[in-house]
Write a protein that binds this ligand. Structure first.
Ligand code: ADP
Ligand code: ADP
Ligand code: MG
Length: 665
């Protein structure tokens, strides 16, 4: 009997395990690093124990600290999640030595599959088809290059200790082999402390199709069908689905049987995934799949299997770990419909998928018939310490087309501000003609990268709305939906007008906003030279409705210190609000004096037409009990003063404009 589980992980998978434990009436213990003190998994668990500072080597990878937490809380089992210690056999042994249950396979089974070369040798013996190649002892260039020739190019060099696509190099021709080998080795050494490699035939038109297996301690093994994870970038999964598109029954049966055979060969108990590479150059054929590796843990993409089988894999893991027999036999298992999962990451698809960080100032996941496995809440921070995955969004439908449509729609309704994400890229991929038609292989994303990552510039009306919102002249009103007006002394100074600087595509652009009616504004600036008239129809919380060019548009808007985010027609438009300008900041519009923080204007020292020298104080503001002097960015002439004493201004608002240099001269 398991009564209390400690989850040796964080993020979405820790939250995921806690949900099932709770459902089963099992108490939970979270462990966390200093960076995660307020994290979701900590809040969800019945008890939580701090195990160390932020770096994983000092917290989530510290087996001793985790065992100590289990001892102190009286946990009787440890669930490792994925990553971290989940495939570390030494840790499993320590857990068992401490008299606790490890919710996962035996140390022996993990070891057998831990190194790709030994695993392949073992699978060959078990008569599981393996990718043709060399996985022997020799490691010198001459032997490996010779093997590559025998195998025939292209080949793939793989770190035997590899994972997460690291230490892997595709080599097209003999001439490139030596360089590829040394770079694969370098990466393998740095990532895994082991630079030994194997060489494989690079399968053409490759599809990654994996089989979910489950074993118990009574010798039973079943498979829960396949997942297709061919939508990849740099050998890493982007979108996963079950079942595999166009999978013939005969091939499914053959792959399932091979995976069960693999698991039986190592007396596997618990959840595992046998990954195969498939040559799809002539469609899916039962004799064209080969074993790549086995992941001896729960996989990130397990939810798609759960949605098509109706099962809870974490519940199965816990039952099997407690010594129960598998709850179902192979013949009782069936696939119902189709499921697709997309991984939302904090990363900039347009900039080579550069990982991003930031506070999730606004976070809204789609509701309705959609599963969202998230590890974060609004206000949480994506830090550089951990994997930047924000959530997994998973859709189920009767058909693949229905599931894909639902997923794309759900991604469009996902609202994230505070960091850049790959959400738009994922939605585009769902709608990509090849992908939607099921014509996928692991090269699909790279082939279509340009179209998948280009973002159309925000429409003028959205830019104008963002500028208006950033100006602080319209605030989201009370629940009645009234558009709140510009406040305070502005009203008595004739036409209220302000300038704001927005960062768009890395460029600072200055906009002028003028109030020209009760709920009407004119926004002008770069791209909006002749001015665009906006009429605010409704602004309530994040819900905005505005009219421009005779069209009323609805959107959602989230404003925070660093940015304005407009969610419109399934797209997220992010506009940066540049911080206070340094005197030398030419790029930021050398003629703008911008508030650096929200506050009240205490003194206005500048007057229109006045000549000023760089560094002269122009406006004094008070914010958070701090006084701040805004100085002239350069020598020049004051063109316009847009604030009066007592005015409330938000940050990033332009307060004083200097005449353009050419004009002043
Ligand atoms: P594969 O090893 O076949 O690529 P997955 O796609 O399931 O398997 O996961 C990739 C790896 O990335 C996992 O083994 C895990 O180590 C790591 N990983 C992914 N997301 C996270 C996360 N949120 N926290 C910790 N590790 C993660
Ligand atoms: P990792 O441990 O990093 O997950 P894998 O061996 O599972 O390493 O390979 C990762 C990915 O690399 C696969 O999903 C597949 O896209 C690609 N790949 C691996 N082996 C081959 C191969 N022999 N031919 C073509 N592609 C391959
Ligand atoms: Mg793999």
């Amino acid at each position: 009997m398991i009564t209390k589980i400690l989850i040796a992980n964080r993020g979405e998978i820790a939250a995921r395990v806690i949900r099932t434990a709770r459902k089963m009436g099992i108490a939970t213990v979270a462990v966390y690093s200093e960076a995660d003190a307020k994290a979701l998994h900590v809040e969800m668990a019945d008890e939580a124990v701090l195990i160390g500072p932020a770096p994983v080597s000092e917290s989530y990878l510290k087996g001793e600290a985790i065992l100590d937490a289990a001892r102190r809380t009286g946990a009787d089992a440890i669930h490792p999640g994925y990553g971290f210690l989940s495939e570390n056999p030494d840790f499993v042994e320590k857990v068992e030595k401490a008299g606790l249950i490890f919710i996962g396979p035996s140390a022996k089974a993990i070891r057998a599959m831990g190194l790709k070369d030994a695993a392949k040798a073992l699978m060959e013996k078990a008569k599981v088809p393996v990718v043709p190649g060399y996985h022997g002892e020799a490691q010198d260039l001459v032997v490996l290059a010779g093997k590559a020739n025998e195998i025939g190019f292209p080949v793939l060099i793989k770190a035997r200790a590899g994972g997460g696509g690291k230490g892997m190099r595709k080599v097209e021709a003999q001439a490139d082999f030596a360089a590829a080998l040394s770079s694969a080795r370098r990466e393998a050494k740095a990532s895994f402390g082991d630079d030994r490699v194997l060489v494989e035939k690079y399968v053409t038109t490759p599809r990654h199709i994996e089989i979910q297996v489950f074993g118990d301690s009574h010798g039973n093994v079943v498979h829960l069908f396949e997942r297709d994870c061919s939508a990849q970038r740099r050998h890493q999964k982007v979108i996963e689905e079950a079942p595999a598109p166009d999978m013939p029954d005969e091939m499914r049966a053959a792959m399932g049987a091979a995976a069960v055979q693999a698991a039986k060969a190592i007396h596997y108990a618990g959840a595992g995934t046998v990954e195969f590479i498939v040559d799809a150059s002539e469609g899916l054929r039962p004799d064209r799949f080969w074993f790549m590796e086995m992941n001896t843990r729960l996989q990130v993409e397990h939810p798609v299997t759960e949605l098509v089988t109706g099962l809870d894999l974490v519940e199965w893991q816990i039952r099997v770990a407690a010594g129960e027999a598998l709850p179902m036999r192979q013949e009782d298992l069936a696939i119902n419909g189709h499921a697709v999962e997309a991984r939302i990451y904090a990363e900039d698809a347009g900039k080579g998928f550069l990982p991003a960080v930031g506070r999730l100032v606004h976070l809204r996941f789609p509701d309705g018939d959609i599963r969202v496995d998230a590890g974060v809440r609004e206000g949480d921070e994506i830090t550089p310490f951990y994997d930047p995955m924000i959530a997994k969004v998973i859709a189920h439908g009767k058909t693949r087309a229905e599931a894909l449509g639902k997923l794309a729609g759900a991604l469009g309704r996902t609202e994230i501000a505070g960091t850049v994400t790959n959400t738009a890229f994922l939605a585009k991929l769902c709608r990509d003609a090849d992908f939607a038609a099921g014509r996928l292989d692991t090269g699909l994303i790279d082939r279509n990268l340009a179209s998948l990552t280009t973002v159309a510039p925000a429409p003028d009306s959205i830019v104008a709305l963002a500028a208006l919102a950033a100006s602080g002249m319209v605030a989201a009103g009370a629940a009645d939906g009234d558009v709140a007006r510009a406040i305070g002394p502005f009203e008595i100074w004739g036409t209220p007008r302000r300038r704001v600087v927005l960062e768009i595509d890395g460029e600072h652009r200055s906009f002028r906003i003028e109030r020209c009616g009760a709920d009407r504004w004119r926004v002008s600036g770069p791209g909006l030279e002749s001015g665009l008239d906006l009429e605010a129809v409704r602004a309530s919380g994040a819900d905005w409705s505005f009219r421009a060019d005779g069209i009323t548009r609805r959107c959602r808007l989230a404003q925070s210190e660093p940015s304005v985010a407009v969610f419109h027609e399934g797209l997220t438009h992010l506009f940066g609000k540049p911080r206070g300008k340094r005197t030398d900041d030419k790029a930021a519009g050398g003629d703008q004096v911008v508030s650096a923080m929200p506050g009240v204007v205490k003194q206005v020292l500048a007057a229109q037409g006045q000549s000023v020298k760089s560094g002269d104080a122009l406006v004094i503001m008070e914010a958070m009990k701090m006084e701040m002097t805004l100085a002239a960015p350069r020598d020049g002439v004051v063109a316009e003063v847009m604030v009066v004493v007592g005015a409330q201004v938000s940050d990033g608002v332009s307060l004083v404009t200097l005449q353009p240099e050419a004009e002043a001269a």
